[in-house]
Design a protein around this ligand. Structure first.
Ligand SMILES: Nc1ncnc2c1ncn2[C@@H]1O[C@H](COP(=O)(O)OP(=O)(O)OP(=O)(O)O)[C@@H](O)[C@H]1O
Ligand SMILES: [Mg+2]
Length: 401
């Protein structure tokens, strides 16, 4: 394949390793400086120029977009997407994961562990916010912080309030977060590629420091993840829309708590700690997926006027319960079922002979008018279909019943 690594730091360890892994595998690889693209927009022909010259054709890109160039960098990635060039991480995925608040907001609607977190603006709301997350000790985080800078542990409520006020006066957005004390001085970094964790390490802080960042003197060691941690990391990446991600988790007493999902995870720390060929895993995955560029389904499926996608949840007592999909009458109403969620199972392309049960979630494509009658007036919280555990053993393809 012809691969472009988008990076503003061609000489850094991660970029060098990725290029080397691609070369070793016989791919044609170039490192292109993200900041030297020009995005040309004209009717019907999304185009890119590089160093002011027409860009040649690529099969795939591997974006390594730093936090300081998010806006321009994601615009370049989005343009590649318009040109149907494969990218493991889409512009949307990168944007979703870029700040700690946004990623926790997106994760919070799923059954996935996160530390209880709150975000308020008015002084009057600070004290009640601290109380809502269980009182001191609490973690206070500046939204834009990295490498442990701007992460503070406040032992009591008075101090917490004072710190938050000071930071807000300095025009900083701050998150107030439950201190996961069982995990004090420890966290896990799982490197997710596609639907598996290819390497994981535990970072341990030095002395009585509570932050385990390597930049704060922490050490990193290979760790064998339990299936629970592995699955949580993979799901977090999937929910964010990332096929390559560094997922940071605290080890809470009730299991993993996601702190953050990074879209350009570094390779040096993890390859150093684990001795594994992470760069090779990334390149192999891209080579494998290159013919399946991301499709914005909603955009593609709603081009016909009056058609759209929706989740239908079959309520108890629905006339469809106990009927097969063929008998349900959905097809006659011009509605097709793309997949069916049942408990923790996802059944893709369900057969017409499949019997519908109460509580099933049907991802449907069809005529909006027909689907409108089937969607309850106001969706209630408990009716939402969540992205359930995606245990490969539970994902059925062609049904053989
Ligand atoms: N809620 C928490 N409970 C316990 N420890 C925490 C919590 N949040 C953060 N920590 C500790 O502080 C460290 C730094 O926090 P975090 O990763 O959120 O910020 P950062 O490292 O500055 O940001 P980035 O990971 O984007 O560089 C974590 O690695 C962890 O050891
Ligand atoms: Mg961190």
């Amino acid at each position: 394949m012809k691969l472009a690594i988008l990076s503003a730091a061609p000489r850094c360890y991660s970029t060098r390793r990725l290029r080397q892994a691609a070369e070793e595998r016989g791919h044609d690889v170039k490192v292109l400086n993200t900041l030297r693209f020009g995005i040309d927009l004209e009717e019907g022909t999304p185009n890119l120029v590089y160093r002011s010259k027409q860009l040649s054709e690529y099969d795939a890109i591997l974006p390594r977009i730093g936090a300081s160039v998010t806006y321009f960098g994601t615009a370049v990635v989005r343009q590649f997407e318009q040109m149907d060039v494969y990218t493991p991480n889409t512009a949307n995925g990168i944007t979703n994961s870029r700040d700690k608040l946004r990623s926790l907001q997106i994760l919070s609607r799923h059954d996935i562990g996160i530390p209880h977190t709150t975000f308020v603006r008015d002084r009057k709301d600070v004290l009640p916010a601290i109380e809502r997350i269980g009182g001191a000790p609490v973690i206070i985080k500046i939204l834009e912080g990295t490498q442990g800078v701007g992460v503070i542990l406040a032992d009591n409520t008075k101090i917490a309030e004072a710190i938050i006020e000071t930071l807000q006066t300095a025009k900083q957005n701050v998150l107030i977060q439950q201190f996961v004390k069982e995990s004090r001085g420890r966290d896990i970094r799982a490197f997710v590629v596609g639907d598996r964790v290819v390497a994981a390490m535990r970072r341990t802080a030095q002395g009585d420091e509570f932050r385990s960042n390597v930049h704060r003197g922490g050490s990193a060691d290979l760790v064998e993840l339990s299936p629970e941690y592995e699955e949580t990391a993979v799901r977090a990446a999937q929910i964010m829309g990332l096929r390559m991600a560094g997922v940071d988790m605290l080890e809470g007493k009730d299991g993993p708590r996601i702190m953050e999902v990074n879209s350009s995870p570094g390779l040096e720390g993890i390859e150093g700690a684990t001795g594994l060929d992470v760069a090779g895993a990334v390149v192999d995955f891209i080579a494998n997926q290159v013919n399946f560029p991301e499709i914005d389904l909603r955009q593609r499926l709603t081009v016909t006027r009056g058609y759209g996608v929706t989740d239908l949840i079959i309520p108890e007592g629905s006339e469809m319960v106990g009927k097969t999909i063929a008998e349900s009458g959905l097809r006659d109403r011009d509605i097709a079922i793309l997949n069916l969620h049942r408990g923790t199972k996802v059944i893709s392309n369900p057969r017409h002979s499949r019997v519908i049960e109460a509580g099933d979630g049907l991802l449907c494509y069809g005529r909006l008018e027909s689907m409108r009658d089937l969607v309850p007036e106001k969706r209630r919280r408990k009716n939402r279909v969540k992205i359930k555990k995606l245990d490969p053993k539970l994902i059925e393809g062609l049904e053989n019943d």
